[in-house]
Design a protein around this ligand. Structure first.
Ligand code: NZQ
Ligand code: ZN
Length: 389
């Protein structure tokens, strides 16, 4: 196990009715906030009205900015920054999924900065200060509610870039599984795919002797694999929704990274898929991840065997470990298909003609390779993508 430091300061407020506490929670930080949300699901579900009532009851003054689109754009982030400055708002409240929370995080770092917020996403410099952010989560998926990451797409060139830093972690996350009952099956499945990818990015490591976090990863995967079919069949199953929701936070709050090195090459490749074609992040991952596994499995065969046996209950062929490993990957792919995810580039409107652009964009600003455990160069990224054709 490697040395590590772990601090996750996000307060989790979990369970039925917890969204009604939001006014009080914001008030602990400020008497004013920007209420930030997406394309309308929170109005349809009635959540918007409950949030507004809670803010008013707590005496929190607010301005609002809706319209965050999946794969959030820097254009709207700039609008949010201006709005905060104009109304002197001191807190950003995100009500929605990863896109809304990431947009809120970007606004929060942009308000005190005199330059253009995109500077932080090109790696030009790191923010020194920011407004506090809190969220009410409506889709378990990205894990942004407690993560140190924030992913924004630049409308010019559709380049999608993360800003990773500890300061990004929100002050609180309100998580009521009932708020996820209204998720359509496709969005639910995209979330499941993203959660699983966050765990697997950490699971496939070359760090030896990490039994405890291996077991945590396997438990998280098995929980999600077991509960996903239940919520797809019965969207208002509270207990199954709750399991998936809590798993989504644990999958990406870095607990599962402690003492080990994760990879994240698949994520960086996928970000360019969703940048180019505006595909949902989870759907893109269901295409890229199994392809990445097929490409790299020989480099860490024992780990792929362990994954197959422990996560997918594959019979272990001791005289043919590659067969065991392949079967684990096949079962993952089969699972993605079963929950309605695409597993080939063609299913998300991409093909051979897009490979050059994806490879080029994946490497922009990153030198010669992506991925921490297995370093993928230009030809490797192309090799992975070819396996997804
Ligand atoms: O916009 P509305 O109307 O709210 O609809 C949303 C959106 O269309 C809908 N939705 C959300 N909650 C709902 C609902 N519909 C009905 N009922 C509900 N309860 O779902 C759609 C997708 O929402 P989005 O926020 O885009 O989903 P997700 O949470 O998967 O976020 C994806 C974004 O997060 C980034 C991704 O790259 C992508 O841009 N990620 C952020 C990470 C982070 N900050 O740590 C890590 C991830 O790896 C990921 O890269
Ligand atoms: Zn992800």
């Amino acid at each position: 196990m490697d040395n590590f430091e772990f601090l996750n300061p996000t307060k989790i407020i979990f369970g039925r009715g917890t969204e009604n506490q939001v006014g009080r929670e914001v008030k602990k930080f400020s008497s004013s906030c920007l209420l930030h949300y997406g394309g309308g699901s929170i109005r349809k579900s009635g959540l918007y009205d409950r949030v507004v009532a809670s803010l008013k009851e707590a005496g929190v003054r607010f301005a609002e900015l809706g319209g965050v689109q999946p794969n959030p754009r820097v254009g709207l982030v700039r609008e949010g920054i201006e709005l905060c400055r104009k109304h002197k708002l001191e807190f950003v409240l995100a009500v929605g999924g990863g896109s809304v929370i990431d947009s809120a995080k970007a606004i929060a770092v942009g308000v005190p900065y005199t330059g253009d917020v995109w500077d932080f996403f090109t790696g030009k410099l790191l923010p020194e200060t920011k407004l506090p952010v809190g969220s009410i989560l409506t889709i378990p998926a990205a894990g942004s509610e407690a993560s140190h990451s924030c992913v924004i797409t630049n409308d010019e060139g559709m380049l999608k870039r993360p800003l990773n830093m500890e300061m990004n972690r929100p002050s609180f996350a309100i998580m009521n599984p009932e708020l996820t009952f209204s998720l359509p099956p496709y969005q639910t499945a995209c979330g499941v795919s993203d959660i699983m990818a966050h765990v697997m990015e950490r699971y496939f490591t070359l760090t030896p002797k990490v039994d405890f976090t291996d077991r945590l990863c396997e438990a998280t995967l098995k929980t999600v694999i077991g509960n996903a079919p239940i919520v797809l069949e019965k969207p208002d199953d509270y207990d199954a929704r709750a399991e998936i929701m809590w798993a989504s936070t644990i999958a990406h709050n870095n607990l599962l990274s402690t003492g080990r090195i994760g990879d994240f090459g698949s994520h960086l490749i996928e970000h360019e898929l969703s940048g180019i074609n505006d595909v949902a992040h989870g759907a893109g991952l269901a295409v890229v991840f199994p392809a990445w596994m097929k490409y790299v499995q020989k480099k860490m065969l024992p780990r792929f065997v362990q994954f197959a046996v422990r996560v997918w209950n594959v019979e272990q062929w001791f005289d043919d470990p590659e067969r065991t490993a392949r079967e684990g990957i096949r079962r993952l792919e089969e699972f993605f298909v079963r929950i309605g995810m695409p597993v080939r580039l063609g299913e998300i409107g991409l093909g051979e003609s897009h490979l050059d652009e994806i490879v080029r964009k994946t490497l922009i600003g990153r030198g010669e390779t992506v991925g921490n455990v297995i370093k993928l160069g230009r030809e490797d990224i192309r090799g992975v993508l070819k396996l997804a054709l």
